[in-house]
Write a protein that binds this ligand. Structure first.
Ligand code: FEO
Length: 162
């Protein structure tokens, strides 16, 4: 059984994961407006990953005897600077999410909730991948040097993400 504090913290993270999905879908829309469908496709896939993250929290709260409480989702930004802007923002966002997950682990430890500490380990590991995947694209965009031909090539590569 979750303590009230633990349930509240898990619900807050469920909200944050849905916000992440909304943020990446907004980035997909931005890339579509730039005529970069491969970049947009990468963001659409990322948005699905975030929904999976959110649903894992949903299922865990239910299984652990808590009550899922869905709250309003903040509106995401809609504009960024060029092709690089969204991925730089995505990398910064994932670093922030890593901080949120680490804080959640601390709450679980303070509540002496070993099951939730164990459940959260999946997210601790996942955040290493999440940061790496955004930062590796930042590096690729920088290496492309902003030329249209290189961006188109990278667009084709990012379209391959499934
Ligand atoms: Fe749900 Fe991108 O972390």
């Amino acid at each position: 059984m979750l303590t009230d504090r633990m349930a509240e913290a898990l619900n807050a993270q469920l909200n944050a994961e849905i916000y992440s999905a909304y943020l990446y879908l907004s980035m997909a829309a931005f890339y579509e407006s730039l005529g970069l469908p491969g970049f947009a496709s990468w963001m659409r896939v990322q948005r699905l990953e975030e929904l999976i993250h959110a649903l894992k929290f949903f299922d865990y709260i239910v299984e652990a005897g808590g009550r899922v409480l869905l709250r309003p989702i903040d509106g995401p930004p809609t504009e960024w600077e060029g092709a690089l802007g969204p991925f730089e923002a995505a990398y910064a966002h994932e670093q922030k999410v890593t901080g949120l997950i680490n804080a959640l682990v601390e709450v679980a430890k303070e509540e002496k909730d070993d099951a939730t500490v164990e459940f959260l380990q999946w997210y601790v590991d996942e955040q290493v991948e999440e940061e790496e995947s955004a930062s590796s694209v930042v590096e690729k965009i920088k290496a492309a040097g902003g030329t249209e031909a290189e961006l188109e090539k990278l667009d084709g590569e990012l379209a391959m993400r499934s």
